[in-house]
Design a protein around this ligand. Structure first.
Ligand SMILES: NC(=O)c1ccc[n+]([C@@H]2O[C@H](COP(=O)([O-])OP(=O)(O)OC[C@H]3O[C@@H](n4cnc5c(N)ncnc54)[C@H](O)[C@@H]3O)[C@@H](O)[C@H]2O)c1
Length: 263
């Protein structure tokens, strides 16, 4: 596919999962703006306008990415239409809201499925296609600040995101010799998805949340997408297995040092 820019981004093909979600959608838009052809997939259709417009550089498929066969078929159909993806961005996820002992088996599978299975299966399919096609591509997972330490109120999510970090780093090491770079973006509290809904519903929660973040501010999906594009950039030649934590210092703070002058 050819694109509007010739700075290394045009002629690239990206697959983006969770493309109907707030962060996935923003990643799609930023890639399209650089001339990349983008194939998005999600469990649900987007509620917003087709981001590709008349460009012919965007396609969207409804795929349950916890289903390995459906995932393989989706990636194969992208390869058939546009060639081997050079970029994979894995942005599916759901969060629970319970301690581990209060988490039902169904909820456990729902969270681990959306955060881990739905990252592993597309990563596997995309990396296999890259290896077969001799493509030295880039894969970026969307993890979370919640991966770095136990977060008991979102137990299954915290476990899943810690697992995603190890998945990312294991793939990075496994495929360094193939020239494939695999990295993670770990956002803090983003005005996106479930967090956005909760923060909008409850202004007091938004105030408490901002007060707990050393920089005093949440993130917008565009800031997460900017980190994703930094790692997926053709200018990134050696960063692999890395984590960009963009959380306003949230994961650094503790009771002893909340990182605020009024703390
Ligand atoms: N919003 C935040 O505060 C925040 C913070 C840190 C990390 N994250 C992570 O960012 C990523 C994107 O989240 P978001 O905030 O945009 O939420 P979102 O709910 O808007 O997007 C997530 C998307 O994943 C899709 N999805 C879930 N399971 C799927 C499956 N099996 N197959 C296909 N699609 C599936 C959902 O349908 C949804 O559209 C997630 O990995 C999330 O954990 C979000």
């Amino acid at each position: 596919m050819s694109g509007a820019h010739d700075d290394g981004w045009g002629h690239q093909v990206a697959v983006v999962t969770g493309a109907a979600g707030d962060i996935g959608r923003e990643v799609v838009e930023q890639l399209l703006a650089r001339g990349v052809a983008v194939a998005g997939a999600d469990l649900r259709p987007s509620t917003e306008e087709d981001p590709g417009g008349a460009s012919g550089r965007y396609r969207f498929d409804l795929v349950d990415l916890t289903d390995p066969r459906a995932t393989e078929e989706w990636v194969a159909s992208v390869v058939q239409e546009w060639g081997v993806p050079t970029i994979g961005v894995l942005s599916t996820g759901v969060s629970g809201n319970a301690r581990l002992v209060d988490t039902s088996p169904e909820e456990w599978h729902r969270v681990l499925g959306a955060c881990l299975d739905a990252a592993f299966f597309p990563a596997r399919a995309v990396i296999r296609a890259m290896i077969r096609g001799g493509v030295r591509g880039r894969v970026v997972t969307i993890g979370s600040w919640a991966a770095h330490a136990p977060h008991p109120h979102i137990g299954a999510y915290s476990v899943a995101k810690a697992g995603l970090r190890m998945l990312t780093q294991t793939l990075a090491l496994d495929h360094a010799a193939d020239g494939i770079l695999v990295n993670e973006v770990a956002p803090g509290i983003v005005e996106a998805g479930l967090s956005k809904a909760l923060l909008e519903q409850d202004p007091a929660l938004k105030q408490r949340t901002e007060a707990a973040i050393p920089l005093g501010r949440t993130l917008l999906p565009a800031q997460v997408a900017r980190d994703v594009l930094h790692l997926a950039s053709p200018q990134n030649l050696v960063t692999t297995g890395a984590v960009i934590v963009s959380d306003g210092g949230l994961s650094l703070a503790s009771v002893m040092n909340p990182g605020r002058s009024d703390g």
